[in-house]
Design a binder for this molecule. Structure first.
Ligand SMILES: Cc1ncc(C[n+]2csc(CCOP(=O)(O)OP(=O)(O)O)c2C)c(N)n1
Ligand code: SF4
Ligand SMILES: [Mg+2]
Length: 260
């Protein structure tokens, strides 16, 4: 990242590449905020040489060349099984599957649910921006009722297309003891960082599946200005997608809930 381009540069994680071109996210995109937190946690846990970062197709894949980590990019929704395969063959590695809501909750939902049910010892992170962003903003399972997208120009009608999928709760429901499941938001970086840290610590302790959904922004397809973008992610999205932890392994249960 070159100087003066990235607003988060003063706290840029060392796991981000410094010898690279500027990132490609649109201004105001939530992916950069999720990945900044992830990079900081990777640094704090000193995992840089152990991490394999898997990114999906979607705007998440724009992360592949600015993380200074080994990275694999997969077919849409397939980052979870690819990370599962690497983890099973090299258990000493820390495998992170990063995806969007289209990849994780629609096109690749079977992989996410199956990995959770099998308690695979990987960490999955899903950026929920309520639509298929990279392809121009079509309706996803996470689109809010009434929300206008390219394929719901009059707003999503739940009678016709269902209510938003509670993906994090669905994953949580099939998980077993040892799993860690939470939903954070780019609007609360401190909380998000604590969730991502626990998700990686859970994998380090080899307890079970770890999953963090993150409420994320896409001002380009939402067609929102800065204030409207922030209002949507901070006020509207949590009406359907409750923030917090829904599963913690027994070893973590003594800790207070990280809602700070
Ligand atoms: C199997 C498959 N189906 C469809 C596509 C087309 N496609 C590419 S990106 C994308 C949308 C991604 O949306 P999401 O996963 O929510 O990520 P975002 O871009 O919103 O971060 C789609 C449908 C594809 N590449 N592969
Ligand atoms: S289209 Fe949306 S999700 Fe994709 S980079 Fe731009 S703001 Fe981010
Ligand atoms: Mg999306």
């Amino acid at each position: 990242m070159s100087k003066g381009i990235c607003p988060v540069e003063p706290v840029m994680p060392t796991s981000w590449r410094k010898d690279n071109k500027p990132h490609k996210f649109c201004p105001g995109c939530g992916h950069g905020l999720v990945l900044k937190c992830l990079g900081q946690v990777v640094d704090e846990l000193d995992l840089q040489d152990k991490v394999v970062f898997g990114c999906d197709i979607g705007c998440s894949l724009l992360a592949w060349d600015f993380f200074n980590l080994d990275a694999v990019q997969t077919h849409h929704g397939r980052t979870t099984p690819v990370m599962t395969g690497i983890k099973r063959s090299r258990p000493e590695l820390i495998c992170i599957a990063y995806m969007g809501d289209g990849g994780g909750y629609s096109i690749g939902v079977q992989h996410l649910v199956s990995a959770a049910a099998r308690n695979e010892k990987i960490t999955a992170i899903l950026a929920n921006n309520t639509q298929y962003a990279m392809t121009g903003g079509q309706m996803a399972p996470t689109t809010l009722p009434g929300q206008k997208t390219e394929t719901t120009p009059y707003g999503r009608d739940p009678e016709l297309t269902g209510f938003p999928l509670q993906g994090q709760e669905m994953v949580s429901a099939v998980c077993r003891e040892g799993a860690y499941v939470a939903r954070g938001s780019v609007a609360n970086q401190r909380q998000l960082k604590s969730y991502l840290k626990k998700a990686l610590e859970n994998q380090l302790a080899q307890r079970g599946f770890s999953f963090v959904e993150v409420l994320s922004t896409c001002p380009t397809n939402w067609r929102t200005n800065a204030a409207e973008t922030w209002e949507f992610v901070q006020e509207k999205m949590p009406e359907y997608f409750k923030l917090g932890e829904t599963r913690r392994p027994a070893d973590m249960r003594g800790e207070g809930l990280a809602n700070g």
